[in-house]
Design a binder for this molecule. Structure first.
Ligand code: HEM
Length: 415
């Protein structure tokens, strides 16, 4: 057994907050090691990144999710008792419930809804002096996501609900008032969805069969029981919230189209394959989820390093996507790199790695890619716009990172 490279000191939670997306990559670089030990939230913790570390992290014999997510994330981003916190057969059963919604036909229906909403918004944008894309896109996604999930929502409520869903993922790393806004938003949203679930179960509300609201309300666990209303609400929110969060990648997509006109020209002159490569590069290049957390399930030794049961372990997502041993010139925005990319479940992990059905990899990764491809088409082929002077800088510290101006466009015209 060898000692793991170790960051000296009592606690480094503040360094993590100060360095954000770069906290783990900086130390992987300075220790010249894909794995190191530190102290976070008052306890020993392990941080690791790269393909082999990712493969290890997704080994269910060695790591578990129960008890891994910090309470502040459960109170805002994830919700209590959701699929993210489950392990083993219970997780698989719940994950099947999510993946049953991810058929090609269902994804196409969502894309259709988003395109329809987008096109009617363009008419509105034509009459506006300036359009803050982040905000407008969130409303489009909120409308489409609710409809897709079978959740009825009044036009009057769209703005407020969009804000609430947004604050679930905007508040996760916030301190002070914004964090508490996120908690309040979670309570409101779960209460609203919970009431709808009760109506479904009382047969007063009949959402279409293949919607999340229907499927989750009638889902049975391994023991054959319906889930608690609160758990169904958390899981329905686990569909709507992340669809609205695609607004962050959409902002970066618009930024990339603006900043790399040669790539834009190539999208216009190439087939859909290139659009997909462009979208993959947006997901690799720009920051979104910095890392994910698990706990060591039982003592084991890996590459001579000892892992003690219960140790909090973080997998470096951002750093793995920027790992110079996996990616040539990782700091260069270069969609062409995906034409020769060999693939593999553990090296390109903006939405987690491993397997969808048996592991925790993001249930919505296919949706995310398809939505982004549709948006590239809308932005490039279906409308014209200008991008006025603005501060489009984005931080590698604050999480989630969003371009400062939230991307403003003007002189919008339908093509
Ligand atoms: C899990 C990222 C969109 C539903 C995750 C995980 C990440 C992630 C990093 C954790 C993986 C792990 O713990 O191993 C993202 C990003 C998105 C996105 C960056 C872009 C907006 C979506 C969408 C949906 C979705 C659109 C649903 C429609 C889920 C669910 C899980 C998850 C249900 C939990 C899976 C599990 O624990 O088994 N996502 N996601 N996500 N995501 Fe996404």
């Amino acid at each position: 057994v060898n000692p793991m490279p170790r960051e000296e000191g009592l606690d480094h939670t503040l360094s993590l907050a100060r360095e954000g997306y770069l906290y783990i990559p900086n130390r992987r670089h300075s220790f010249n090691s894909d794995i190191f030990e530190t102290r976070l939230l008052g306890k020993k913790a392990i941080c690791m990144g790269g393909t082999e570390a990712a493969e290890l992290f997704y080994d269910e014999e060695k790591f578990m999710r129960q008890g891994a997510a910090p309470n502040r994330a459960l109170q805002t981003l994830f919700g209590a008792k959701g699929v993210q916190t489950l392990d083993g057969p219970e997780h698989k059963r719940r994950k099947e419930m999510f993946m049953s919604l991810m058929s090609r036909e269902r994804i196409e229906e969502l894309i259709h809804l988003i395109r329809k909403e987008w096109e009617s918004e363009v008419s509105k944008w034509e009459g506006m002096d300036q359009v803050i894309l982040y905000k407008e896109v969130q409303e489009i996604l909120c409308r489409a996501a609710c409809q897709w999930a079978g959740v009825p929502i009044q036009e009057n409520d769209i703005k407020e609900r969009t804000k609430e869903f947004g604050s679930l993922f905007e508040s996760v790393a916030a301190i002070g008032p914004n964090h508490w806004l996120g908690r309040a938003a979670r309570n409101n949203v779960e209460k609203w969805i919970g009431e709808l679930i009760e109506e479904v179960r009382n047969h007063n509300l009949k959402p279409l069969e293949n919607t999340a609201l229907h499927a989750f309300s009638w889902h049975r666990d391994l023991a054959g029981n319906l889930l608690d209303t609160e758990v169904v609400a958390v899981e329905v929110v686990n569909i709507i919230r992340p669809i609205i969060a695609i607004s962050i990648f959409i902002n970066f997509t618009a930024l990339a189209i603006h900043q790399y006109p040669d790539k834009k020209a190539k999208i216009q002159s190439s087939d859909e394959k290139y659009t997909e490569m462009f979208v993959q590069e947006v997901r690799r290049f720009y920051p979104f989820f910095p890392f994910i957390a698990a706990k060591v399930k039982k003592d084991f030794i890996w590459k001579g390093y000892k892992f003690d049961v219960d140790t909090l372990t973080l997998l470096d997502l951002y750093g793995t996507n920027h790992d110079p041993t996996l990616w040539d010139n990782p700091g260069l925005f270069n969609p062409e790199r995906f034409s020769k990319w060999k693939g593999g479940p553990f090296s390109f992990i903006p939405q987690g790695g491993g397997d969808y059905l048996t592991g925790h990899r993001c249930a919505g990764e296919w949706i995310t890619v398809e939505v982004m491809k549709a948006v590239v088409d809308q932005l490039i082929n279906k409308m014209e716009y200008r991008v006025p002077e603005q501060d489009v800088s984005f931080s590698l510290v604050s999480m989630p990172s969003i371009p400062a101006s939230k991307f403003v466009i003007n002189h919008v015209k339908r093509k």
